[in-house]
Design a protein around this ligand. Sequence first.
Ligand SMILES: Nc1ncnc2c1ncn2[C@@H]1O[C@H](COP(=O)(O)OP(=O)(O)OP(=O)(O)O)[C@@H](O)[C@H]1O
Ligand SMILES: [Mg+2]
Length: 392
Amino acid sequence: MTEPTLLVLGCSAQQLPVIDAAHQRGLRVVGIDPDPEAAGATVVDSFVVADLGDHEACLATAMRARPAGVLTFAADYPVPMVARIAEQLNLVGPSQATARAMTDKLAMRSRLAAAGLATPRFAPVTGPDDVAVFGRPAVIKPTQASGSRGVAAVDGRDPSSLIDAARAESADGKALIEEYVPGPEVSIEAVTIGGRTTILAMTDKLTSGPPDFVELGHTQPSRLTERSGELAALTTKTLCALGLRSGPSHTEIRLGPRGPVVIEAAARFGGGCIASHLLPIAAHIQAADVAVTMALGGTGQVEPSIGGGAAVRFLTPRGGVVRSIAGLDEVRGWSGVVEAVVEVAVGDRVGPMRSARDRVGYVVASGPTAAEAGLLADRAAASITIETSPRS
Ligand SMILES: Nc1ncnc2c1ncn2[C@@H]1O[C@H](COP(=O)(O)OP(=O)(O)OP(=O)(O)O)[C@@H](O)[C@H]1O
Ligand SMILES: [Mg+2]
């Protein structure tokens, strides 16, 4: 008898933990990714190059593979196809309606507003008049994208160019404008089983803030313990309003002046090392294994237990051509540094820091507390020097 197959949609580096978890269970892994050189391409047992919006190609692969489960671990863009394949092959996954509500920010905002949940005021945006009517402070963003690509505060810049940039990043070519909510931001990892949500961990998010909101780091557990009850309640109601009945999720909430406000919720675990590194260290949860279990129809019921603190800090050098990289080996030897990665080499071009795409590596650190892990990750990231010179 051949071993059961898991179909993994999206084979970028952040999907590797789930491929590994599947292999450890003796599953055969079939992966699909549009990039022939995706990090997981040579790790999966069978790799297919296809766009994850190409239904025909993905379904044909799925029919051939006859998988026992289909999933994405931390990548957002495969979610709609996971739902589609899951429905067609009668596998576990979000419904297509839920996948849409959790990947299309206009649909998401409409659902949350209809459910009476705290969500920023919003409107579709097509031109500068819409921006003037909406007022400030505001944020323009693509309706369908992730990694902060195309997300920008409305400031002195020409609104038309912000709209164009957002639309260019959106899978459907559309953009929306939202009221800007100031305040600290947390993300919440959860699993929903039969409509019941269990919170696994809360993470403090560090971003570059306006105008581009690039995620610079995450720290777990969140220091906002006194707010955890209301954050958990809003998360649960959000997932219910979006129709998520089962599976992992990642919800982002800002603590605004009038209370917690949902920024977004995704039908997968958090990327940026949250699920792959921080959850195992700070909550003793092997998130990749949980994701595989749930995709195969298991409950994924887990009890988070208190570990230590864990933090990731991303490397964000100035834009330009990389001239030198120093400090990486030294930092890797530090006690408490779990992983340090530089993803560029001398001669590579680094963009100005506009989205997650422009980050060039990361450091994960652990410590007795979240604060100590955060400080160590800060120090380690600062000790990796990536010198760039202006573009020629
Ligand atoms: N209405 C808002 N008010 C305040 N900050 C916002 C708002 N919308 C977005 N942001 C900031 O921009 C970041 C990225 O926005 P959003 O999560 O909507 O885009 P995304 O592309 O899905 O990002 P990611 O995939 O990195 O989570 C948020 O995490 C938040 O820091
Ligand atoms: Mg987000």
